[in-house]
Design a protein around this ligand. Structure first.
Ligand code: SF4
Ligand code: SF4
Length: 322
């Protein structure tokens, strides 16, 4: 019975030479191993690995120098991500690994030693067109379809390029995270206070988390399919309506919080007519109200005199302290 295919990714200079040497001086590659030369093996991405398994590979091996010339840390991370994805879709076992050798016979032994799991039951045949991320998403969806998996969400290790964000209590809908998001995964609505999230667009860069003034954002590295990946509302609140023109502006809970903090505490908001009402007005009405009132913001009560280091030193001299 024919063995399921194994894809061997290698570079031309090192891998090509090893494969030639194995053919010339040994038994050559096993018949089910398909060699594919790439430009730089440490740059192989998740999209390439996912597509190989979606097309029906039972395993993928990546051939490296015994002492790789380029740092393989990124490749190891990609392999860990790929393993998590494959396991989540029911393709368990060591499906993907590196073979790090400069010896053609060691390469042959490593390929013969692969324990082959079953490939996907319904291999895909898609054209990997588009940008790298589009191809990756497409390949992962095709892989799930080919594996006949029902999985909706696969948890991924930290640093994965897919995932969700979770908003905890305390979000004020300031929308700083929307401005910070480079991919448009977070978005708002010009007509009402709402925070939306498109999981497909999130690259887990963490800029929203760093920007959030309330520190309520948590990143959830994961791969979601179907309804779990749909665009959703993360937070929504009632808008505050301008008491003058009725136009919605700001978030009701935020305006209420500002009002409770200023009421009776700040000189600017103590006088009549109730100046606190300015906080309840939209930007346009607030400007009109302040202009008509001829309010002088410099007419503040006398502040306590500022004490400087000189004042303290002079006091000491007067008291005769050293
Ligand atoms: S999650 Fe943070 S940054 Fe985003 S709207 Fe809420 S408070 Fe603002
Ligand atoms: S992690 Fe990055 S891409 Fe995802 S929502 Fe936050 S800012 Fe946007």
């Amino acid at each position: 019975m024919a063995l399921p295919p194994v894809l061997l990714l290698h570079d031309e200079a090192h891998g090509g030479a090893l494969i030639d040497a194995l053919a010339r001086h040994g038994d050559g590659l096993p018949a089910h191993v398909l060699p594919l030369a790439v430009n730089e093996v440490t740059q192989i991405g998740l999209e390439c690995i996912a597509a190989a398994f979606a097309y029906g590979a039972a395993a993928v091996r990546i051939l490296l120098h015994a002492k790789p010339r380029h740092d393989p840390a990124g490749l190891y991370h990609t392999i860990a991500l790929a393993e998590a994805n494959l396991a989540g879709l029911g393709l368990d076992g060591t499906r993907i690994a590196t073979i790090e050798t400069d010896d053609p016979f060691a390469l042959g032994d490593a390929l013969h030693a692969i324990t082959l799991g079953a490939p996907v039951p319904r291999p895909a045949s898609f054209e990997p067109l588009g940008g790298r991320r589009e191809v990756l998403r497409f390949a992962l969806h095709e892989l799930r379809r080919a594996a006949s998996a029902e999985t909706e969400v696969i948890d991924l290790p930290a640093g994965a390029p897919f995932g969700a964000v979770e908003i905890g209590d305390g979000c004020t809908l300031c929308l700083s995270c929307v401005s910070a998001c480079p991919t448009g995964a977070l978005s708002d609505d010009p007509d009402r206070p709402v925070l939306r999230f498109s999981e497909d667009a999130c690259v887990q860069c963490g800029l929203c988390k760093t920007t959030c003034p309330e520190k309520v954002i948590t990143l959830l590295p994961r791969l979601a399919f179907g309804a779990a990946a749909a665009t959703r509302v993360l937070r929504e609140e009632e808008p505050f309506h301008c008491i003058h023109c009725g136009k919605p502006f700001g978030v009701k809970s935020t305006i209420d919080s500002v009002l409770s903090k200023l009421e009776g505490t700040h000189w600017m908001y103590r006088s009549a007519p109730p100046r606190l009402d300015l906080i309840k007005m939209c930007g346009d009405c607030r400007v009109i109200a302040v202009t008509e009132e001829a309010f002088d913001p410099h007419d503040a009560p006398q502040r306590p005199k500022l004490r400087t280091t000189d004042d303290y030193l002079r006091e000491r001299e007067i008291k005769g302290e050293s």
